[in-house]
Design a protein around this ligand. Structure first.
Ligand SMILES: Nc1ncnc2c1ncn2[C@@H]1O[C@H](COP(=O)(O)OP(=O)(O)OP(=O)(O)O)[C@@H](O)[C@H]1O
Length: 256
């Protein structure tokens, strides 16, 4: 099966001259429809840059990013804006809800920005799908962190995006609340065939995914199917110390 999202030879450098940093180094990765992928790696390994390039929020210096047949790197700014608006959902660690709007208004925002009047019940159904049917009239300050992240997920999904990107979606939540948000994302994949790519530092979160991709220095150091939290943690320890450890050690490809 062709990947729904395909990055080929993606290179992204930040800064100029001697201080320039290679965040992504000829990275090639494909993501199939209806799968939940976790992206892990040491700090500075390029995880956020990967998400930003894949979501059309940042432009690679070289290589291609293709989303459902559309080659992002060839699109004009206007075309890219429309593609991001209609086909990409993004969830951040810090929720990024508008504080003056109710949960319902926050969820309706992407539709309104697209000039679309939400269909009757569309926003309420989305809030119900994330377990917040009764909270539509609440403002973010009246909701817990976990509830705010659910609103952010509802807002990201209301346009029925091709891919949902999540950058540390549980990073600001306690473990119980975080588990609830992960249950929700898992459910979106299992029941609705949503494609999700999530950056996380948390082995427990990564273990909820179908696949775990490990980055080191902007390259894929390992790429696995579903893993246990312990195996993820062992692999991460090996990558962070620069030495392979644990049962997964034989598959770790360390950078030269
Ligand atoms: N706007 C920027 N300007 C300069 N350097 C940047 C910029 N964004 C990222 N970098 C550098 O690019 C590299 C990759 O950064 P990135 O944020 O993608 O890594 P990350 O794996 O998401 O890190 P973390 O886990 O700490 O969030 C790092 O060395 C970072 O310092």
């Amino acid at each position: 099966m062709e990947p729904l999202l395909d990055l080929r030879g993606v290179r992204r450098r930040h800064g100029r001259g001697a201080g320039a940093v290679t965040a992504l180094d000829s990275l090639t990765l494909g993501f199939r429809a209806g799968t939940f992928t976790a992206v892990m790696g040491p700090s500075g390994s390029g995880k956020s840059t990967l998400l930003q390039c894949a979501a059309g929020l940042d432009k690679p210096d070289a290589g291609t990013v293709t989303l459902d047949g559309a080659e992002l790197t060839t699109l004009s700014e206007t075309e890219l804006t429309l593609l991001r608006r209609d086909r990409i959902g993004f969830v951040f660690q810090s929720f990024n809800l508008l504080p003056s709007l109710t949960a319902e208004q926050n969820v309706a925002l992407p539709l309104r920005l697209a000039g679309r009047r939400p269909a009757r019940g569309q926003v309420r159904d989305m809030l119900a799908a994330v377990g917040l049917a009764e909270r539509g009239g609440h403002r973010p300050a009246q909701l817990s962190g976990g509830q705010q992240q659910r609103v952010a997920i509802a807002r990201a999904l209301v346009t029925r995006p091709t891919v949902l990107f999540a950058d540390e979606p549980t990073g600001a939540l306690d473990s119980t609340t975080g588990r609830g948000v992960l249950d929700l994302m898992r459910d979106m994949v299992d029941r609705h065939g949503q494609t999700i790519v999530m950056v996380t530092h948390d082995p427990v979160a990564a273990a909820r995914a179908d696949r775990v991709v490990f980055l080191v220095d902007g390259r894929v150091a390992d790429d696995r199917g579903a893993m246990t939290p312990q195996t993820v943690a062992d692999l991460m320890t090996g990558l962070e110390s620069g030495l392979p450890t644990g049962p997964a050690a034989s598959a770790v490809v360390l950078p030269c």
